[in-house]
Design a protein around this ligand. Structure first.
Ligand code: SF4
Length: 327
């Protein structure tokens, strides 16, 4: 019987939570770690606005997700597992998941009401009963994770594909959530090599009006023009469609700024203060926003270069891409 880690390596599966890290390497690192017990966490915290592919999988294929976890428990000896669900998903899926995990060493954990609590080291703090804020890396959770022990963290979709790979039913597909100004919004399974243009065409979501997209999530995702969609998605498989003529770009940027400044963890000054300043600048009359471009650029640089975790470092992407392409 072929070892699952070899199968994961041969499949080239990368984590579907957004970081694109080769799945087999995480599994191998936790399997090889000496310290015990070990932990496995299925991250079902999906918190970016308008991203909902993991919800779709928990609704439609929970058994496959649990199968993925069972394979992890079997591969990583002396381990126990958690399914870490955001508050909505905890309410929705508690009962059906409890039925599926009845006698397995798997517990459900309800994520605190905090976006950053979905970041992989914040969730470790949350499960340990601490403030859900990111930890410094390294050490990585594969070595020093939950309760200081080796911990495998993968998201819902990754565990789903592990199950499929084990059954020999994986052909390089992934799930995409499509939202926004379109009639056929939903979750679709397509090859990961498809370009964004092909994904929209083949799912009957290519608009017949002038549009742009936000790719990668409704807060931290990058703005892409319709002429730029001849490339596959890297990171979270989310596409949000906007009508170019009907969208108030300033209002859109304000909504991102509000979400991000309310949902950072306040641990480091560049992100805590920087995101608040962006929100303050974006809350002015729109004619006053662009004259503040130098100030905005200074804040962006501070965020990118000095933030403690990826939220602060990546939070500039939607603003920079929107200002460059839409204003
Ligand atoms: S970058 Fe933001 S979210 Fe990350 S640790 Fe700093 S304050 Fe918290």
């Amino acid at each position: 019987m072929v070892n699952i880690i070899k199968k994961l390596k041969d499949s080239n599966l990368v984590g579907r939570g957004g970081a694109n890290f080769p799945t087999w390497q995480k599994w191998q690192a936790v399997k090889d770690a000496q310290s015990t017990p070990k932990y496995i966490v299925c991250n079902a915290s999906e918190g970016e606005p308008l991203v909902f592919k993991d919800k779709y999988l928990l609704e439609n294929y929970p058994q496959e997700v649990i199968n993925g976890l069972k394979i992890a428990l079997k591969t990583i000896r002396h381990s126990q597992a958690y399914i870490y669900l955001n508050k909505d998903y905890f309410q929705l899926f508690k009962k059906p998941l409890e039925n599926l995990i009845a006698k397995l060493p798997i517990k459900l954990f309800e994520k605190p009401f905090s976006y950053i609590a979905g970041e992989e080291t914040s969730l470790l703090n949350a499960i340990e009963g601490k403030k859900p804020e990111p930890r410094i890396k390294p050490p990585y959770p594969t070595q020093v994770g939950l309760f200081g022990k080796p911990t495998l963290i993968n998201n819902v979709e990754t565990f789903y594909w592990v199950s499929k790979i084990d059954q020999g039913k994986y052909e390089g597909n992934r799930f995409y959530s499509i939202e926004g100004e379109t009639k056929n919004k939903g979750v679709f399974e397509l090859p990961e090599t498809k370009t964004i243009e092909q994904i929209l065409q083949e799912t009957n979501n290519w608009p017949d009006f002038d549009f742009f997209c936000q790719v990668g999530g409704g807060a931290c995702g990058t703005i892409m023009l319709s002429s730029e969609l001849n490339q596959p998605i890297k990171g979270t498989g989310s596409i949000i469609i906007f009508d170019k003529n009907k969208t108030d770009v300033y209002q859109l940027m304000r909504s991102w700024a509000e979400f991000l400044h309310q949902n950072n963890c306040d641990q480091c000054a560049p992100c805590r203060e920087g995101l608040y300043r962006i929100f303050e600048l974006m809350s002015q009359d729109k004619e006053k926003v662009l004259p503040e471009k130098t100030k905005l650029n200074d804040i962006f640089t501070a965020l990118e270069k000095t933030s403690f975790c990826p939220l602060g470092r990546l939070a500039t992407m939607p603003f920079k891409s929107a200002i460059a392409k839409l204003i």
